[in-house]
Ligand binder design. Structure first.
Ligand SMILES: Cc1cc2nc3c(=O)[nH]c(=O)nc-3n(C[C@H](O)[C@H](O)[C@H](O)COP(=O)(O)OP(=O)(O)OC[C@H]3O[C@@H](n4cnc5c(N)ncnc54)[C@H](O)[C@@H]3O)c2cc1C
Length: 494
């Protein structure tokens, strides 16, 4: 006989979206259950985004000390920049504590839906008035390779390495691929990165990626653009599993349309014989993701679109009792918007008549400030070394849209605060050609995320807003005033 449990809200998945939805709904007074099949935290907090930044933070601390105190020495081979089991425990402990303090019930396991209101989890039958699906996404490989088959890995294994590999091929020059290339090359791993597209971080302005590219190449990264993975075969070298890879490069596709096979000599010394082959310890896939749909989803009367589950601006699926958040709805695929989705969905739930009497006094106030991610500026931050970040329209986008614009640029090396600590990087402000309206602001440099995040709070900016602001002195954020004081140049800065 199953144990019957009744809830106002059932949340599936304790990643960015699910955790925020369950915590905020429970805080507001809804009887909330959350179910997680793996570790708490999902891709955002446990398996991807946050761990990468935690490792990068350690590296940045080292880099900064080294720049400021040239006599500082550390044996990098003996220093552990990777995360420890205790770090992951801390992440899970915070989620557990927050959920428990809010009053949400946490269950582990992978159950299935019998209907939109009934979920079976081992010996439990959970009934819920409303359901939030937040089961995220997972890496999808190509080239017929299966993940979790050593040495083919995803971000999950990459953030939890106990021992670093000697060499690695990263498939995908997207944000994730570029971040991993930065941290692993700094840590001494021989990194190759390939993409069928013709640039590193496609879509990002080239003057920004140029600074990153120089840094990656300085750390020995081989960047293979317009290149595809043709064949990969698991084999053994010195009693260790490695992957023999054939990559095909269409380097001069635009000029000659010729294709040629490329062989890259490995750090481990494979021989070179004309046609090039790559032998690496690990292949890290970053190049595609697919949604994780919970079992029984076909019994919930939901519609799907190309990206994932179809939702309206309230994040409601085609079944009004069911919401789909974060990577599952496929709208943006980032944690910042997944969290925003959660706040919007909970705000919608709070306004339902069936829940109004359950809300705690503080949470009865109508919330009017929330906007869907689609309706607001989404800031961007790429946590490479150096970082790239900003918001609004980039020059690439402005050119594609044929919008005339002016640019004002200023360099971190000329800012008081970073005069001796930062040689590289700049900010550029893109202004409308005929007015003072700011169309976009983009940076490349060290530790940008806090600057970008606070600036995008007021993304609807005019140049005078940057000039009127009184900046804390001395800070790196003053680069905005310095750039705002420059004479604008019409058109492209690269
Ligand atoms: C390496 C990497 C770096 C990234 N960096 C950034 C970044 O810097 N900034 C940013 O904004 N975004 C970043 N992202 C993207 C971000 O991590 C995701 O967009 C975000 O995690 C999506 O949140 P989510 O809640 O939808 O899914 P997730 O965080 O993946 O959570 C889904 C949860 O649901 C669980 N689950 C799945 N199926 C079931 C089931 N049937 N039953 C119970 N539980 C289930 C999963 O185990 C998981 O815990 C990064 C992604 C990667 C891979």
């Amino acid at each position: 006989m199953k144990q019957k449990l009744n809830y106002d809200l059932l949340v599936i998945g304790a990643g960015a979206a699910g955790f925020y939805a369950a915590r905020e709904a429970a805080r507001a007074g809804l009887k909330t259950a959350i179910v997680e099949k793996n570790e708490l935290g999902g891709t955002a907090f446990y398996w991807g985004s946050l761990p990468v930044k935690m490792i990068a933070d350690k590296i940045k601390a080292y880099q900064k000390t080294k720049k400021m105190l040239p006599e500082f020495k550390l044996d990098l081979k003996k220093t552990d920049f990777l995360l420890q089991a205790a770090d992951f425990k801390k992440i899970e402990a915070k989620i557990k504590k927050d959920l428990s303090q809010a009053g949400a019930d946490l269950f582990y396991g992978e159950g299935h839906f019998n209907s939109a209101h009934e979920f079976e989890l081992k010996e439990k039958l959970i009934k819920a008035e409303r359901v939030i699906l937040a089961s995220g996404s997972q890496v999808k490989t190509n080239a017929g390779l299966e993940l979790e088959q050593e040495p083919i890995i995803s971000h999950k294994e990459a953030v939890s390495f106990k021992k670093l590999p000697e060499s690695m091929l990263i498939i995908g020059m997207n944000i994730e691929g570029a971040e991993f290339a930065s941290i692993f090359s700094f840590l001494g791993v021989k990194v190759y990165i390939l993409d069928q597209k013709d640039s590193l971080l496609p879509g990002i302005d080239q003057d920004l990626t140029k600074v990153l590219k120089q840094e990656l190449e300085k750390n020995g990264v081989e960047i293979m653009t317009s290149t595809t993975l043709k064949k990969a075969e698991i084999t053994e070298l010195k009693n260790q599993k490695v992957v023999k890879v054939e990559v095909e490069s269409n380097l001069n596709s635009k000029q000659t349309k010729t294709t040629r096979a490329v062989q890259v000599e490995t750090a481990q010394g494979a021989s070179s014989t004309g046609t090039k082959t790559l032998i690496v310890d690990k292949i890290l896939f970053t190049a595609g993701r697919e949604a994780n749909f919970p079992a029984g989803i076909e019994k919930m009367q939901l519609a799907f679109n190309k990206q994932g589950l179809q939702v309206n601006s309230k994040l409601q699926t085609t079944n009004p009792a069911v919401y789909a958040l974060g990577d599952l709805n496929g709208n943006f695929g980032i944690a910042s918007t997944a969290i925003n989705d959660a706040l919007i969905a909970v705000n919608e739930l709070k306004q339902l008549d069936i829940f109004k009497n359950k809300l705690k006094a503080h949470y009865k106030k109508p919330v009017t400030h929330l906007k869907t991610a689609a309706a607001q500026t989404i800031p961007l931050n790429i946590f490479t070394l150096p970082e790239i970040g900003g918001f609004g329209l980039s020059e690439t986008q402005l050119k594609a849209k044929n919008i005339a614009y002016r640019v004002q640029k200023y360099y971190f090396k000329d800012c008081w605060r970073s005069l001796i600590s930062q040689k590289k990087g700049f900010v550029k402000i893109m202004l409308a050609a005929e007015s003072e309206k700011i169309l976009g602001v983009y940076f490349v440099g060290d530790q940008l995320s806090e600057i970008v995040s606070s600036l995008s709070l007021t993304a609807d900016l005019e140049l005078k807003d940057l000039l009127e602001n009184i900046y804390i002195q001395p800070t790196r954020t003053e680069i905005l005033r310095e750039a705002a004081l420059m004479e604008p140049k019409l058109g492209s800065s690269f």
